[in-house]
Design a protein around this ligand. Structure first.
Ligand code: CA
Length: 354
């Protein structure tokens, strides 16, 4: 009854007008149910892309803890295997763009000039220092305004270590932040003689990620692998099929399928799609009006969630003038269900301001 009494005070005595009443109710529900209202599920899911990678080297535990503290709803892991088949967190199957592998293991590159994580044991990978992403040929930072290259000390985490960090923070804060692992190049791993998906599922299962309601989305660019998760592993977890412009072009335009047919097929095995920004935003007209495709509407018609990638303050799409404008286009106009962002704080700031 006290709950009702507080609403009456807010609505009547403090003269909160009906237009505000929904927000008041959401706020009170959050307080009442013990949730921190700043993390309330009142907007699209904010997925920290490789952590708060706009501020700290991608995929380090520091970047993940920072994303957690900023209030991200989900934190992303890209997963590849070591030589001893341990799932580790790394964006590429190669090491040279984000570590000092060339200095520490100069003679371990393949004939193509790359240093593959799969050629190193976990013990060896643990000797590497992680740096901000750079072009390994020129040494230039991919994003010059981000964390300085070669400063401080960061390591490549295992999937298990990162899950322990996020589950540990969920325990100490009382929040329920999701993990969001991506299976990186499963077909390539298979060609090396390893089953990435099986190794990842073993770790996920050991940490309790087994059910549909588990706090996780699993993502992959290879639709065959997502179908394998459903059909061969009978995986119940929520799945997101990642699509690039090129993939979509070949699936829809070149294969002669309609977009509707393609979305219906995806919906037979996945819960959502993760498209590039450009599959949703074609451009911005001179008057500032966004030109949107029908991608989101068609995905929603097939009951698929849409989590596009990637929101970056320092790499805005052509024609977009500010991060807030970018957020407005995707949140207000396109109505996406989630987003991958290098700047979880900035995405949340926009969402909370609405
Ligand atoms: Ca990824």
């Amino acid at each position: 009854m006290r709950f009702v009494h507080v609403i009456r005070i807010l609505l009547v005595e403090w003269k909160w007008y009906p237009v505000n009443s929904f927000r008041v109710l959401v706020f009170l529900f959050c307080v009442w149910s013990g949730m921190n209202p700043s993390y309330a599920a009142d907007g699209p899911l904010v997925i920290a892309h490789r952590g708060a990678s706009g501020y700290l080297p991608e995929h380090t535990l520091a970047a993940k803890a920072f994303a957690y503290a900023q209030g991200a709803g989900a934190i992303e892991q890209d997963v590849v295997l070591t030589k001893d088949q341990v799932p580790i967190i790394l964006h590429d199957v190669t090491l040279e763009s984000v570590t000092d592998v060339e200095e520490k293991f100069a003679n371990r590159k393949r004939d193509d000039g790359h240093y593959y994580a799969f050629d190193f044991t976990l013990k060896e990978i643990r000797q590497l220092n992680v740096n901000e992403r750079r072009d390994h040929k020129t040494g230039q930072a991919a994003y010059p305004k981000r964390f300085p290259i070669g400063k401080s000390r960061f390591a490549v985490p295992t999937l298990a270590e990162e899950i322990e960090l996020i589950q540990g923070l969920n325990h100490s804060t009382g929040r329920n932040v999701l993990i969001y692992p991506e299976l990186k190049k499963p077909a390539w791993h298979r060609a090396q003689g390893a089953d990435l998906t099986a190794r990842v599922l073993e770790v996920l299962s050991a940490y309790g990620y087994k059910k549909r309601e588990s706090l996780i989305y699993v993502q992959c660019f290879e639709s065959e692998e997502l179908q394998r998760l459903r059909n061969e592993f009978h995986c119940q977890l929520k799945l997101i099929y990642l699509v690039s412009d090129k993939q979509w072009d070949s699936a829809v335009n070149r294969a002669g399928n309609s977009a509707e047919q393609e979305f219906q097929h995806i919906a037979t095995y996945a819960d959502g799609v993760g498209p590039s920004l450009s599959l949703i935003l074609k451009g911005v007209a001179a008057d500032g009006k966004p030109e949107l495709t029908s991608f989101v509407a068609q995905a929603h018609a097939a009951r698929l969630q849409v989590h596009p990638y990637t929101m970056r303050v320092d790499a805005l799409p052509a024609g977009v003038d500010s991060f807030d404008q970018l957020m407005q286009i995707f949140v207000q106009d396109a109505k996406v269900d989630g987003m991958f962002t290098d700047f979880p704080d900035r995405s949340l700031e926009y969402i909370h301001s609405r």
